[in-house]
Design a protein. Structure first.
Length: 330
């Protein structure tokens, strides 16, 4: 098994879970780690929110052992706020601090944060230096291919971030303008790999063991990071991990998918507390709805997930769906 090192943090060279706001929360990260994700990153955290003592923002910073090695990801446009935010993050003992320079959402880019920083290399470098000056842990940067068709600057930008002190660069092979449409450009990841000496994390459109191996092969990246293909599918990490560990792998049965879905819901319930069952179940609905994708009756299952209000509802739905599968296979 190969490992890479980001600063002093040793990470298995398999596949990492991408940061995903409103999806890859603590329960999700714990689950994916258990299934073999080698590294996790928090949802994006506002530097200003942290500095102004926003309780909800601070809750995003908790790092549990089940999620490590884990980065806390912060975003903002002001080096001083980012520095202060990194200091606050350090109290939560992350393994790494990651700076978001890739978010395309208007609320973020209109404040000159996220991928807007790719239009202002000098400011982005100041931010890296400021965060680095107070973080006793490695500092990484997550970028995109560029801002738009006219500004495809990931390779030069990554070099500047390395010079400012970044210990690794994650690259999503789309421009800000593309948001999530079109195909991710892996060639740009290769170009970034060739322009810096620190580890490069390749990201965009990995949805199988085969595409994970292809990303390693075609880009030379040091680590692969997966986002959307993990929806209802932590098994992708088990498949990739088994491959690198030389272990046999068999895809999950319907029963196993259902067990893991229920386990995922229990993780959400345990994070939010039994007294918050209603809130937890609201949160669980979208996750549950993803687990049966591609199976007979999946559309009906998905629709029913949006009516889940209690854990018992989920148990009943699971039984009903498994019954349907049995009848279908007769
Ligand atoms: C729902 C959602 C939320 C996301 N939130 C974040 C985020 O908080 N921080 C970040 O750097 N990227 C975020 N991303 C981008 C992903 O980390 C990743 O770069 C992108 O989805 C491409 O990878 P994929 O093709 O494997 O999904 C988000 C993506 C999605 C779909």
């Amino acid at each position: 098994m190969e490992y890479l090192k980001i600063g002093n943090v040793k990470i298995k060279k398999t596949a990492a879970l991408a940061p995903m706001a409103s999806v890859a929360d603590r329960s999700y990260r714990i689950l994916c780690r258990e299934y073999g994700a080698c590294y996790t990153v928090s949802e994006l955290i506002s530097a200003k929110g942290l500095c102004y003592n926003d309780k909800k923002t601070a809750e995003l910073c908790t790092v549990t052992n089940g999620e490590r090695p884990m980065a806390l990801q912060i975003f903002g446009d002001d080096p001083e706020f980012m520095k202060k935010a990194a200091e606050i993050c350090m109290k939560y003992e992350p393994d790494i601090i990651d700076i978001n320079m890739g978010c395309p959402v208007p609320k973020v880019v209109n404040n000159n944060s996220g991928s807007a920083l790719m239009k202002d290399t000098a400011r982005a470098a100041e931010i890296v230096k400021a965060v680095k000056s107070v973080s006793g842990v490695p500092v990484t940067v997550k970028i995109r291919k560029g801002w738009d068709k006219a500004l495809v600057n990931a390779a030069e930008f990554a070099k500047a971030m390395e010079q400012a002190g970044a210990d690794a660069i994650a690259v999503h092979g789309r421009t800000k303008d593309q948001m999530y449409s079109g195909k991710a450009d892996w060639d740009i990841i290769k170009q970034v790999r060739e322009s810096v000496s620190v580890p490069v994390i390749g990201n965009g459109d990995i949805d199988s063991l085969e595409s994970c191996l292809a990303m390693y092969e075609q880009t030379g990246c040091d680590l692969v990071m997966i986002g959307r293909a993990t929806y209802g599918n932590p098994f992708i990490f088990r498949e990739i991990d088994s491959y690198f560990e030389n272990l046999p792998y068999s895809p999950p049965s319907v029963e196993e998918r259902m067990e893991v879905m229920l386990y995922h819901i229990r993780l959400i319930l345990s994070q939010l507390g039994k007294e918050n069952e209603e809130k937890a179940m609201k949160e669980a609905r979208k996750h549950a709805s993803w687990y049966m994708k591609g199976l007979y009756g999946a559309a009906g299952f998905r629709a029913k997930c949006y009516g889940l209000s209690t854990y018992d509802d989920a148990l009943r739905l699971a039984e009903e769906f498994l019954e349907l599968q049995k009848r279908q296979s007769l």
